[in-house]
Ligand binder design. Structure first.
Ligand code: ITT
Length: 209
C-alpha cells in the first residue's frame, strides 16, 4: 500500500532558495500548504549519505521528526561522465569556499570553473556529457518514507550563459536544446528537468493513482 500525503501542511525541507521556488511551482496545483524548513527554524542536518537517496531521506526525516509535519526533501546534483560522475552527491560541496578563496559561503562560478578546469586538463576531445539527478524523499512523522528519482541528460558548456535558475544552470545544456537551463524559460525547465522527472513520478503515485 502506498502511503499518501495527507491534506494540509507539507514542510519543504530545503534551505536552497532556488529549489524552494521550483518545488513550490511544481506543487502549486495540488492544494498543499507548503512551509519552508527555514521559516520553521529547522536545523540543516549533516548530509552524511553517499547517495542522493540517503541524503534526501536524512533531510526529509529530520524535518518530519522535528516539526511533526509530513515533509518533502530534494537531494540533487550534476554528474559529469568524463569525471566518473563527479561532483554527483558532492555538487553543493564543490561550491563551498575554502578559507583562502574568500568569505564562507557558496561560489557557483568557482564550482562550474572546477568542472571546466578538469575537463580542459583532459583535452579538447573529452566528451562533455552530463546529467542532473534529483531524488525526492517524502517522510511522515511516524517514520514512514517514500522516494522518487528523476534525471535529465545533457552536456556541460563553457563559459556559463544565462541569468535564470540557480546553481549550475548556466553551464548545463539539456539534450535537444541549444540554450542552458539558465537561458530557458522557467516553465520549460519545469517540464524537462531532473526535478520535473522526479515530480512526475511523485504526482503519479501520490495524486493520480
Ligand atoms: P538543501 O540540501 O537545503 O536542499 P543544497 O543546495 O545543499 O540545499 P543539495 O545538497 O541537494 O542541496 O545540493 C545539490 C546542488 O546541486 C545544489 O546546491 C545546486 O547547486 C545543484 N543543483 C541541483 N539542482 C539544480 C538545478 O535544477 N539547477 C542547477 N543546479 C542544481
Amino acid at each position: 500500500m502506498v502511503r499518501r500525503l495527507g491534506p494540509g501542511k507539507l514542510v519543504i525541507a530545503t534551505h536552497n532558495a532556488g529549489k524552494l521556488k521550483e518545488i513550490g511551482a511544481l506543487l502549486d496545483p495540488y492544494g498543499l500548504e507548503c512551509i519552508s524548513a527555514g521559516s520553521l527554524g529547522l536545523p540543516e542536518p549533516p548530509e552524511t549519505g553517499t547517495t542522493f537517496a540517503e541524503n534526501a531521506l536524512i533531510k526529509a526525516r529530520t524535518a518530519a521528526e522535528a516539526s511533526g509535519i509530513q515533509a518533502l526533501a530534494d537531494d540533487s546534483g550534476l554528474s559529469v561522465a568524463a569525471l566518473d560522475g563527479r561532483p554527483g552527491v558532492y555538487t553543493a560541496d564543490w561550491a563551498e569556499r575554502q578559507w583562502f578563496e574568500g568569505p564562507p559561503g557558496r561560489d557557483w562560478y568557482m564550482a562550474m570553473g572546477k568542472i571546466e578546469g578538469l575537463l580542459a586538463e583532459m583535452g579538447p576531445d573529452t566528451p562533455r556529457n552530463a546529467r542532473f539527478c534529483c531524488t525526492l524523499a517524502l517522510a511522515w512523522p511516524d517514520g514512514e518514507s517514500a522516494i522518487y528519482e528523476g534525471r535529465v541528460e545533457g552536456t556541460v558548456t563553457w563559459p556559463p550563459r544565462g541569468e535564470l535558475g540557480f546553481g549550475y544552470d548556466p553551464v548545463f545544456v539539456p539534450q535537444g536544446h541549444e540554450q542552458t537551463f539558465a537561458e530557458i524559460d522557467p516553465e520549460e525547465k519545469h517540464r524537462i528537468s531532473h526535478r520535473a522527472d522526479a515530480f512526475a513520478k511523485l504526482v503519479a503515485e501520490q495524486f493520480e493513482s
